[in-house]
Design a protein around this ligand. Structure first.
Ligand code: BEZ
Length: 210
């Protein structure tokens, strides 16, 4: 089954570097990101895992728990963590799932056999508190992901949920946002007391709600 935005993120239990993990239970009532790595002791993944560990305070602020995945066993992940600490200055401070039989990888469509028959591609899934998939990105094995961009998308999603706004191209924290077309001008008067700028009836910009 191909996963799509809005689908329930498949639940799973697996071994991880922090012990057995039941995915939905682990996320609790917060947000999550699940991201795959082709395998252990690979250079691009090493940089990514160190960076995600460095970003932990940013994820915590947004109530997001990170979960990594690589097909090697837990003992291998733990050995690799020492290299990540040594080279990146941060060891993983979140669970990394061990998926030797590709159970989770297959559940989430992380195997792309025409790209690589054995190892996963780089995927990112953002999961909301209702366990719905809100973002899916797939990168080739040779390109490190931009986790600042993942944080930016989470900020956008959380703003959308709280305020019925959307975010324009290349939006960054603090910049104007778009009032979604489903909100009428009448409703907008109550919701956005600071007012808005109408460029077109369907394109109304308002300061980012707090
Ligand atoms: C890496 O993480 O560096 C990597 C993994 C698989 C293929 C190429 C690079």
């Amino acid at each position: 089954m191909t996963l799509q935005l809005g689908d329930t993120a498949p639940d799973f239990t697996a071994d991880s570097t922090t012990g057995p993990i039941a995915f939905h239970e682990y996320l609790g009532d917060g947000w999550g990101i699940l991201f795959s790595h082709p395998r252990d002791f690979t250079p691009v993944c090493t940089t990514e895992l160190g960076y995600v560990a460095r970003l932990k305070p940013e994820f915590d602020k947004r109530h997001v728990k990170a979960v990594g995945l690589s097909i090697d066993p837990v003992e291998s992940h733990k050995g690799w963590a020492k290299d990540i600490q040594e080279t990146q200055g941060h060891a993983p401070n979140f669970p990394i799932v061990a998926d030797p039989d590709r159970k989770v990888a297959n559940l989430y469509g992380m195997m792309h056999p025409a790209h690589d028959e054995v190892f996963t591609v780089r995927t990112v899934f953002v999961v909301d508190p209702k366990k719905k998939i809100r973002l899916m990105i797939t990168y080739p094995q040779t390109t490190g992901r931009n986790f600042d961009e993942i944080l930016r998308v989470i900020d956008s999603l959380q703003l959308t949920d709280a305020h019925r706004v959307a975010t324009p191209v290349n939006w960054k924290q603090g910049e104007d946002v778009i009032i979604v077309p489903a909100v009428t001008d009448e409703e907008a008067k109550a919701k956005f007391p600071g007012g808005w700028k109408t460029l077109k009836p369907y394109l109304r910009l308002t300061p980012q709600p707090k």
